[in-house]
Design a protein around this ligand. Structure first.
Ligand code: SP5
Ligand code: ZN
Length: 342
């Protein structure tokens, strides 16, 4: 299968995050995408192409316009206040506070448009975010034009980004934008299968009231794990969307046998939905040696994930999400893709 990749992701680096009481270098490193790209080349997965430039009109159907307008201005606003380093929020509008009045200053705005301190900005961040969005849409176009599958080597990732918030290393929800684009191109139904270790809270929020995108999410139990406040099994969608959101929360220590049971169930339900296309939010932070995760998958398990997805016999877009065991991220992510190819 073909891969779409842009070197512009590299400008998003030296980010920091707040972790266990300390400001630390971010886990979401540029090396991640480079190691995956090199693995794609090493196994001869297929051609690697550059993305086209896309406007943000499709993104504006899944994100609020004010949020999309804010993202490109962050670094300029930050430096205008004499700051350097990484732009990071420190105050958020939680329950009982006003979430409907955007503040005027950068510190207020960063918190207003995020849910954690996991989506910092440096000078090259917006260009990288935009390139990641373009990578997703260009790979979606390959599938629309008849490829059985394509790989969007997105960085930064997207599944924690909601209609009006960044967080968890995510800014634009690349998988959601791609799903929306397939609908705009004539698809009747799109399924999103999210296999990242963390719950795709942004993706769920975006599509929660919609029946044209069914979301299946396998992840660590929010009772134990980040992002904590969404992803329980009783969240099934609402209104028109009732029954079109399915969560599979799993406890710390989950191994492949248990994980694959959930995956089999998700794939069976997904098949019943009879979508025109599947968008896979591909995270490999389920790996046993992932530095921020608590599942027990091993490298040999990833091709099996790909096999099961292939068995759906549907056009498939893989969108890269998380995975922080940098050394093995190429083997594991591309393992899913080679498993799919058979
Ligand atoms: C796309 C994606 O996978 N985003 C993940 C964001 C996770 N952010 C929270 C990280 C918390 C890490 N704390 C674990 C302590 C390990 N020493
Ligand atoms: Zn993750």
């Amino acid at each position: 299968m073909k891969t779409v990749y842009s070197p512009r992701h590299k400008g998003h680096r030296n980010q920091v995050e707040l972790n266990s009481g300390a400001i630390v270098p971010g886990f979401e490193l540029p090396e991640r995408a480079e190691i995956i790209r090199r693995r794609v080349e090493a196994v001869g997965l297929g051609e690697i192409t550059a993305p086209e430039e896309w406007d943000l009109e499709t993104a504006a159907k899944v994100h609020r316009r004010d949020y999309l307008d804010f993202l490109p201005t962050v670094w300029q606003r930050w430096t205008a206040e004499g700051r350097s380093g990484s732009a990071l929020p420190f105050t958020w509008p939680t329950r009982g506070l006003r979430g409907d009045v955007p503040p005027e200053t950068i510190d207020g705005l960063l918190g207003f448009y995020s849910f954690d301190a996991g989506a910092s900005f440096v000078e090259g961040s917006w260009d990288a975010i935009k390139s990641s969005h373009d990578v997703a849409l260009s790979a979606a176009q390959l599938v629309k034009n008849g490829e059985r599958a394509a790989f969007a080597l997105c960085r930064p990732p997207g599944h924690h980004a909601g209609s009006g918030f960044a967080g968890g290393y995510c800014y634009i929800n690349n998988a959601a934008v791609a799903a929306q684009w397939f609908l705009d191109q004539g698809a009747a139904r799109v399924a999103i299968l999210d296999v990242d270790y963390h719950h795709g809270n942004g993706t769920q929020e975006i599509f929660y009231e919609r029946a044209d995108v069914a979301v299946f999410n396998l992840h660590a139990d929010p009772l134990q794990e980040y992002p904590f406040y969404l992803g329980h099994a009783d969240e099934r969608g609402t209104g028109q969307g009732e029954g079109f959101n399915t969560n599979y929360p799993m406890r710390w220590g989950t191994d492949f046998a248990r994980w694959d049971e959930a995956h089999a169930d998700a794939c069976a339900k997904l098949k019943q939905y009879a979508p025109d296309v599947v968008v896979v939010s591909l995270g490999v932070d389920t790996f046993e040696r992932d530095p921020i995760s608590q599942f027990k998958l091993v490298s040999d398990d990833y091709p099996r994930i790909g096999r099961r997805i292939e068995a759906l016999q549907l056009p498939t877009l893989f969108v890269m999400e998380g995975g922080y065991a940098v050394e093995e991220i190429g083997i594991n992510a591309v393992g899913v893709l080679t498993g799919f190819e058979g």
